[in-house]
Design a protein around this ligand. Structure first.
Ligand code: IMP
Ligand code: MG
Length: 178
């Protein structure tokens, strides 16, 4: 069973659902009568996006972006796009939806990319934040949980593309990835 690979449950499903409800309310208040586009980064953010959407009370649009950074080019902000946005985002307000901020490289690059496409504003909602790992300075506006430097899986987060379907955030047993 998948759960046999988990050393510890860090955040339960109930805690995630409750926190997402709070974040959705914050987003509702901040954007009240406006219509931001929620841009989810594939694939890890999908369960978080779904959980947020349940309580978003705005005429939002949803789009997906799948990117990978070119190794060694973080400073130039160059990215490899596997799946681009479906529509123009010129003058639009964007909320990036991400599973976890680690070094901060992905988000920094994606933010630059979205501003390059003419976005009016770009904010970030992340389920998890590992602040101790940051290499590039970046702050998400909406953070589900700050976590220590553990390798975690579940609720969208993977190890070698697996464990995304676990309904909680768990710490993977060390012998499985070291
Ligand atoms: P960053 O560019 O270093 O901030 O990397 C963020 C990306 O690394 C996330 O979107 C995840 O795909 C991946 N990542 C970082 N930490 C973890 C983790 O603990 N578990 C699973 N994926 C992680
Ligand atoms: Mg990711």
């Amino acid at each position: 069973m998948l759960i046999d690979d988990i050393a510890e449950i860090l955040i339960t499903e109930e805690e995630i659902v409750a926190r997402c409800k709070q974040l959705s309310k914050e987003i509702n208040n901040e954007y009240h009568d406006r219509q931001p586009i929620m841009v989810a980064l594939l694939k890890g953010s999908v369960p978080f996006l779904a959980e947020l959407l349940k309580n978003i009370d705005l005429a939002v649009e949803v789009d997906f972006l799948d990117v990978s950074s070119y190794a060694g080019t973080e400073s130039t902000g160059e990215i490899n796009i596997r799946k681009d946005l479906d529509r123009s985002i010129r003058d639009k307000e964007i909320i990036i939806v991400e599973d976890i901020v680690d070094t901060g490289r992905t988000l920094t690059t994606v933010k630059k990319y979205l501003y390059g496409k003419g976005a009016k504003s770009v904010k970030v909602a992340t389920l998890l934040d590992k602040k101790s790992r940051r290499v590039v300075e970046i702050e998400a506006e909406y953070i589900g949980f700050d976590i220590p430097d553990y390798f975690v899986v579940g609720f969208g987060l993977d190890f070698n593309q697996k464990y995304r379907n676990l309904p909680f955030i768990g710490v993977l047993k060390k012998e499985l990835y070291s």
